[in-house]
Design a protein around this ligand. Sequence first.
Ligand code: SF4
Length: 88
Amino acid sequence: MSNINEANVPEKELLDAGYRKYSGKEMDIYYNQQICEHAGNCVRGNPDVFEVGRRPWIIADNGETKSNERVLNSCPTGALKYIKKETA
Ligand code: SF4
């Protein structure tokens, strides 16, 4: 029933730490601009999901969950986090 992510960090902790939430059907993505070093792994990893200049710049549902996870885990700074939703 509970939502999970890699580090098992509750959403409240992410939001309190300054992460912004980008909701998707199967997963929510969280981004912290203050931590991001613009290495670009996200944009290179999937330009459909991460597009600088678009609003919102992250659209989780433009990518498969598995592929999103791979890209999110490639962020070198921890600026990107995610919480997968339990789908029935
Ligand atoms: S991969 Fe992480 S650090 Fe690099 S641009 Fe994307 S969010 Fe920022």
